[in-house]
Design a protein around this ligand. Structure first.
Ligand SMILES: [Zn+2]
Length: 213
């Protein structure tokens, strides 16, 4: 099964991708990791990427498409890919369909891990940090975890910081850019939306249900 996992920052996409990798032995395809790999291994593409970045330019769609193709046609990863952070736009979404089709594969599940703007704000408001060990909790959702820790339960404070504004800005940008892709995928019969404000384990079991059904 090939899966697309997408959603705004803070919805827990990375956590769920890791869960799927562990549980089902999937391969997490992140374009960031692919690019870094090429650079580190000083491949031909890697050197091209370094040059572009050095000139302050964006990595071209061509390069990304090539890297995606290399993974898709690799037998090792056949029908085991979690697309994480790719596609980012309609062009890439259509291209991905084409690449998969040419390699006798398809997208079997599209999960949109949604988080409403109000929930993002609520989360920020409920964020507390332990002054002793620096762990961060959600004072509503992590009640149990907090009460279990003798360190944190006594030392929690609510921090006011600029981070809150940055988080909301990143959220708005993401939702704006992603809207066309969301429209593109949401009519697909494999499309599922999961409420990212649920507990991590609840989200995992929902995704697991989709995979098993
Ligand atoms: Zn602590």
């Amino acid at each position: 099964m090939n899966i697309i996992l997408f959603g705004p920052p803070g919805a827990g996409k990375g956590t769920q991708a890791h869960f799927l990798v562990k549980k089902f032995n999937y391969f997490q395809l992140s374009t960031g990791d692919l690019l870094r790999n090429e650079i580190e291994n000083k491949t031909i593409i890697g050197n091209q990427i370094s040059e572009l970045i050095g000139r302050g330019e964006m990595v071209t769609d061509d390069i990304v498409d090539n890297l995606i193709l290399n993974v898709v046609k690799d037998e090792k990863y056949k029908n085991k890919i979690i697309f994480d952070g790719y596609p980012r736009n309609i062009y890439q979404a259509k291209n991905l369909n084409k690449i998969l089709d040419e390699n006798q594969q398809e997208i079997n599940l599209i999960v949109f891990l949604n988080l409403k703007r109000d929930d993002v704000i609520k989360r920020i408001e409920n964020r507390v940090t332990c002054t002793k060990c620096n762990k961060t909790f959600n004072k509503v959702m992590d009640n149990e975890e907090i009460s279990k820790s003798s360190c944190c339960s006594k030392n929690l404070i609510k921090r006011t910081d600029d981070k809150s504004e940055t988080i909301i800005k990143r959220y708005d940008t993401y939702m704006h850019i992603t809207k066309p892709m969301l429209d593109y995928y949401s009519s697909n019969s494999n499309f599922k939306e999961v409420d990212g404000s649920l507990k991590i384990s609840q989200i995992s079991s929902k995704i697991e249900d989709f995979i098993r059904s």
